[in-house]
Design a binder for this molecule. Structure first.
Ligand SMILES: [Zn+2]
Length: 195
């Protein structure tokens, strides 16, 4: 009787394990329109370093007119990864910074809305947005700490003063979420950058 119980437990665990195995365990990136390849590489490295999560680059897509249409396009299919982040240079006028579908684990970022004549500053802005998207995929809400990438910023000035990583509690929460999903983490990185 007892053995039967153990066997059933093992079977259930096995079922959970195989569903996790289907997850590629990576955060996917795609670009839409004329997005600088250096920006894509940069944010992928950032995620690998600070979120300890492997990334994968998907194909480059044609430019979309607006963010809403782009999100719609990408939420049609289910994803077998941690999530998909689409960096977009839109062909139309759209001031929206980003849109996210929590249930589909898709985020679209309007790279053009963060453009500034300072590549470093621009790159940092996108890094913060990407970390926000990943946070959402991992089930983390917003954070009251202005040094956390999950802080609800209002405007670019606030965004520029935010951290590019999570606050320590959110960092731990993120790692735990990855561990719980059976996703192998990359090597730990040094402490978070100041800005
Ligand atoms: Zn936080």
């Amino acid at each position: 009787m007892k053995l039967k119980k153990i066997l059933i437990t093992l079977l259930i665990m096995g079922a959970f394990h195989s569903s996790y195995a289907e997850n590629t365990g990576k955060l996917c990136f795609a670009s839409s329109g004329e997005v600088d390849a250096a920006i894509v590489t940069r944010v992928m490295k950032h995620v690998e370093k600070y979120a300890q999560l492997a990334t994968e680059q998907k194909v480059a897509l044609d430019a979309a007119a607006d963010l809403e249409a782009l999100l719609k396009e990408h939420t049609k299919d289910a994803h077998d990864s941690v999530g998909l982040i689409v960096l977009a240079k839109l062909s139309g006028e759209d001031e929206t910074h980003s849109l996210v579908s929590e249930s589909n684990k898709v985020m679209v970022i309007n790279v053009g809305a963060f453009a500034i004549d300072d590549a470093e500053k621009e790159g940092r802005r996108i890094e913060r947005l990407v970390m926000r998207g990943l946070g959402t995929f991992l089930g983390m809400g917003s954070c009251p700490n202005p040094h956390c990438a999950l802080f609800e910023y209002k405007g670019l000035k606030q965004l520029d003063s935010m951290g590019r990583n999570y606050c320590p509690p959110h960092m731990m929460e993120g790692f735990k979420a990855l561990d719980k999903a059976g996703i192998k983490r990359l090597k730990p990185a040094p402490p978070q950058p100041k800005k």
